[in-house]
Design a protein around this ligand. Structure first.
Ligand SMILES: C[S@@+](CC[C@H](N)C(=O)[O-])C[C@H]1O[C@@H](n2cnc3c(N)ncnc32)[C@H](O)[C@@H]1O
Length: 365
């Protein structure tokens, strides 16, 4: 993997943009973190996501899907389905309510994770597994129903900047005299996202932005004829994301359940993510003709969708204790409850969304 990165740096004249480096480190065919065979997600992997932590997450999201599917009919399309845990939980919950979608489609860029998803889905009851199909690209004709993306936006390659003398400079990746990877600063100043003024940020401030985000949201919007895009991820509205106190930015690397801040270590073997600018998501959605129907914390979303009822419904004893512990991880502000947000983007959908009834943070966007 390192040889590939070194060759690309040389071909680029000595330095790669950070996003180009990430594209290689995460997605280089056969070598990148998401393309190769590392275990990645779940207890034995590098990081744990909400659907991996508990089936409660998928059961709650299934209620939101059911409400929308009752109005639109159609299918669910999940992006970046990881190990398939969310798909399995959503399908089982919808089957129990006799409310299965026409199809449950999955679009996954990693061949390795796609194989893992296929194994997971094959363990479902046959009528559920038969609804699932994998797509190689976005559907040619827009679909009605629900588009789901949990922790996908944070996996899109981001750029990094550092503030020097009141201006933002782009960071990239080059080589030192020994051929080791090193961070480099491109000399020309760059423009930051609308409303972010490098002059108000402290010297040495680091931050990220994601150029792939707006095109990705636009391509999702083009795939939705009628219904809901529900995206959950860690992130903030822009004002909070680029707060002057957040001097080190939000870039985080995950290697064997430990988080650290050095993207140049363990290249191809670790996950590298940055928080999502939800204002950018909302702007791209509006530009693409979608409506921003809700923005809330993960805790408020799951409480509104009945997570407490799900815990109480578990048989008394070890299972109830396990579910209660998982719910705490999903809900507590010190765990995933506040840093993770959910955004609802809709097209042609009448009526309110139950998941966003408890808390409306759209004014922050
Ligand atoms: C952090 S993992 C989250 C996995 C899963 N959604 C979960 O919550 O456990 C990111 C996922 O997004 C996928 N991914 C990254 N970029 C993508 C894209 N452009 N389209 C679809 N999936 C993508 C990765 O391969 C991986 O499955």
């Amino acid at each position: 993997m390192l040889d590939v990165v070194r060759a690309r740096i040389a071909a680029a004249g000595g330095a790669l943009s950070f996003a180009d480096f990430l594209q290689l480190a995460l997605y280089a065919p056969g070598l990148g973190y998401y393309s190769a065979g590392a275990h990645k997600i779940g207890a034995g992997g590098d990081f744990t996501t909400a659907p991996e932590l508990s089936p409660l997450f998928g059961r709650c999201l299934a209620r939101q899907c059911r409400e929308v599917l009752a109005r639109t009919g159609g299918s669910i399309l999940e992006f970046g389905a990881g190990s398939g845990a969310l798909a399995a939980a959503v399908l089982e919950a919808l089957a129990a309510d006799d409310a299965l979608p026409e199809r449950y489609l999955i679009l996954e860029v990693s061949a390795d994770l796609r194989a893992r998803q296929q194994e997971r889905i094959a363990r479902l009851a046959a009528p559920l597994a038969a609804r699932v199909a994998w797509l190689d690209r976005l559907p040619q004709r827009p679909i009605a129903g629900v588009l789901l993306a949990n922790e996908v936006l944070d996996a899109l390659p981001c750029e990094r900047f550092v503030v020097r003398g009141g201006a933002a400079r782009r960071l990239g990746v080059g080589l030192d005299a020994q051929g080791a990877l090193r961070s480099v600063e491109f000399p020309a100043p760059i423009a930051l996202p609308d409303g972010v003024d490098a002059g108000t940020l402290p010297e040495g401030y680091h931050g990220e932005w994601c150029p792939a985000l707006a095109p990705w949201v636009a391509s999702l919007a083009a795939s939705l004829a009628r219904g809901l895009v529900l995206a959950c991820d860690y992130g903030e509205a822009r004002g909070a994301l680029y707060h002057p106190d957040r001097v080190d930015g939000t870039l985080l690397c995950h290697f064997r359940q430990r988080a650290h801040g050095d993207p140049l270590r363990h290249v191809g073997l670790q996950d590298i993510t940055a928080w999502v600018d939800f204002t950018a998501v909302a702007e791209a959605a509006v530009d693409a003709g979608l409506e921003v129907a809700g923005f809330t914390t993960q805790a408020a979303l799951l409480l509104a969708l009945g997570i407490e009822r799900d815990v109480a419904a578990a048989p008394e004893g070890p299972e109830r204790y396990a579910r209660a512990g998982e719910a705490r991880q999903l809900l507590l502000p010190t765990a995933m409850g506040e840093s993770f947000k959910a955004i609802a983007l809709t097209r042609g959908l009448e009526g309110a969304l139950s998941g966003f009834a408890l808390q409306d943070l759209r004014r922050r966007l």
